[in-house]
Design a protein around this ligand. Structure first.
Ligand SMILES: Nc1ncnc2c1ncn2[C@@H]1O[C@H](COP(=O)(O)OP(=O)(O)OP(=O)(O)O)[C@@H](O)[C@H]1O
Ligand SMILES: [Mg+2]
Length: 321
């Protein structure tokens, strides 16, 4: 049985202008210890998928489909039931690290509270666990920094604390939403290495959300490419890089900096994201696609097998530019 099974997940938001169809019929599985990347441009629905798994959608949002975890559908759970699962079984690293830390609370309390609440540890036991986890995320001189406040740490160290908070109850799955976006390149690499080590030592599965395919290479086993809330392509990360089967994936790859390329060849995909007030009835990427056929404006392609993965595209792979 998969650790997490997302089946036909759709998410829509009620707004003054009607419904926003943010996520449309998305399915994927995460196996124990697997590292899955969810990639797509801003607005493609990445964060909302993670938030719906955690039961943290905004009040105007509704999720349908199923999110199976440990034999139970998370979408059907009450908030108290979800509270038990959050942190203890599924940890989340939020897109904005500062929003998950309380600026007025010392680090020891901030982390300690989580295990006291979820595992009923005493103060003393909690302190021990806090130290362990601060050492696991490689915060130097951890013992002497227990009483520090978040602002006393650098951006990279603060992100390590956020990761420590997600890890402290030893969850089976971590949802990491753009964990390195706010950091400079060197610190980004350190944090990705850290996540990799943690995954290997603890066997934690990780769902990594990012807009940057460059971050995914060398870290994630598998990659799910989203556009307009729909899955465009799903494959091993190796296949995504070696034999991308979707024009959108190819476009994203052209936007990844590559040391072999001459500066200036890097290209963002022209055009703007889809209007999501209508549920998609044709390929959402069609209007921006260099390979679009006439039929792409009428039909919604199914996810079909391509090599060891899947792609949703009406144009045969051999004809892609
Ligand atoms: N509360 C809300 N009400 C209406 N629309 C919303 C709400 N929250 C999110 N959306 C819409 O849902 C879509 C998906 O948003 P989401 O946050 O998942 O994007 P994302 O892929 O994480 O983008 P980014 O890379 O910018 O973080 C967007 O079009 C967004 O405007
Ligand atoms: Mg997001």
């Amino acid at each position: 049985m998969s650790l997490l099974s997302v089946e036909n997940l759709s998410i829509r938001f009620r707004t003054g202008d009607g419904f926003v169809h943010a996520v449309n019929d998305v399915s994927f599985d995460i196996e124990p210890g697997q590292k899955l990347a969810v990639v797509g441009e801003s607005g493609s629905g990445k964060s909302q998928i993670a938030l719906s798994i955690m039961g943290l959608l905004a009040k105007n949002g509704r999720a349908s489909g199923r999110v199976m975890f440990g034999g139970q559908d998370l979408l059907q759970m009450s908030q108290p039931q979800l509270n038990k699962i959050r942190a203890k079984d599924i940890g989340m690293i939020f897109q904005d690290p500062m929003s998950s830390l309380n600026p007025y609370m010392r680090i020891e309390r901030q982390l300690g509270e989580v295990v006291e609440q979820h595992e009923g540890l005493s103060r003393r036991e909690a302190r021990k666990r806090v130290l362990e986890v601060m050492e696991a995320v490689q915060i130097p001189d951890a013992r002497n920094r227990l009483r520090a406040y978040p602002h006393e740490f650098s951006g990279g160290m603060r992100q390590r604390i956020v990761i420590a908070m997600a890890l402290i109850c030893k969850p089976k799955l971590i949802l990491a939403d753009e964990p390195t976006t706010a950091l400079d390149v060197t610190v980004q690499a350190q944090i990705m290495n850290l996540l990799d080590e943690i995954q290997q030592e603890m066997g934690t599965a990780i769902m990594l959300i990012t807009h940057d395919l460059g971050v995914v290479a060398g870290f994630c086993d598998d990659t799910l490419v989203l556009y307009g809330g729909k899955v465009m392509e799903q494959a091993t990360t190796l296949q995504i890089f070696d034999a991308p089967g979707h024009p959108y994936t190819r476009g994203l790859l052209r936007a990844v900096p590559n040391i072999h390329e001459v500066a200036g060849e890097l290209s963002a995909i022209p055009g703007s994201p889809p209007n999501q007030t209508q549920p998609p009835s044709h390929c959402p990427f069609g209007p921006r696609c260099v390979d679009a056929l006439d039929s792409c404006a009428q039909a919604l392609p199914d996810l079909e097998n391509w090599k060891a993965g899947k792609r949703a595209c009406l144009r045969p792979v051999e004809e892609l530019s």
